[in-house]
Ligand binder design. Structure first.
Ligand code: GTB
Length: 215
């Protein structure tokens, strides 16, 4: 049975790998799992066939035999728990790696999403210029804390794990903002993640899909 994931037919990020299928592709590549991709238009996302897999009509989803999952965090955790390479062997270390996945999704990603919304959706509101620095400063606070924790280490808690995969996936969305560059430790951390061959393969695959859809 081949794993099938869903992705945007034509990602609005222009192939920059910012949509959440990239983190799932990355986890699949890290663990050596082959997969197929079902590309979906924005219209198809909201059709019954896809809504039966994803209640909110979004990507990514994951199907493997009789298992169907949605939510990138749940999908990456499933991959990490069923294959070796993304979670440490020790029980406590595994839990800490999972805690870092939650930290990426629940503590670091929300202010980053606020910035995207403030810029892309609310940028023309009369209060936008006043709000933007507040949103940016909330991100700065988180990044400073994360950078201080990381210190000189390559990865968050020992060897590279699903926690790093998720954290790097969240932080890459800041690349165009300039905020990452304010903290060289974190910029280097993201660069280390992006340099991994599995990330490179995942990125190339989503870019190839975008290019073939826009040919
Ligand atoms: N919590 C869910 C998860 O982690 O899986 C969130 C899933 C989600 O937001 N999916 C988005 C989606 O399907 C795509 S990734 N949106 C369509 C819809 O809701 O109708 C978010 C995203 C979209 C676009 C860019 N971009 O253009 O840069 C980046 C990220």
């Amino acid at each position: 049975m081949t794993i099938t994931i869903t992705a945007f037919e034509r990602s609005p990020d222009g192939g920059r790998g910012l949509a959440r299928d990239t983190r799932v592709r990355w986890a699949l590549e890290e663990t050596g799992l082959a997969y197929d991709v079902r590309p979906l238009s924005f219209e198809a996302l909201k059709q019954p066939a896809h809504l039966s897999l994803h209640p909110f009509g979004q990507i990514p989803t994951f199907e493997d035999g009789d298992l169907a999952l949605f939510e990138s965090g749940a999908i990456v955790l499933h991959i990490a728990e069923t294959r070796s390479g993304l979670l440490p062997a020790g029980a406590n270390e595994r839990k800490r790696a999972i805690a870092w996945m939650f930290a990426a999704l629940n503590t670091v990603e929300p202010p980053i999403l606020d910035l995207m919304i403030a810029r892309l959706i609310e940028g023309d509101r009369p209060w936008a210029a006043e709000r933007l620095p507040l949103v940016q400063n909330r991100i700065r606070d988180r990044l400073k804390q994360l950078s201080a924790y990381l210190g000189d280490a390559d990865w968050l808690d020992g060897a590279f794990s699903a926690g790093d995969l998720m954290m790097v996936s969240v932080l890459v969305r800041l690349k165009a903002s300039g905020l990452l560059e304010e903290l060289p430790t974190l910029a280097a951390y993201v660069a280390r993640g992006e340099a991994r061959p599995a990330y490179q393969r995942a990125f190339a695959a989503q870019l190839a899909a975008f290019r073939s859809a826009t040919k």
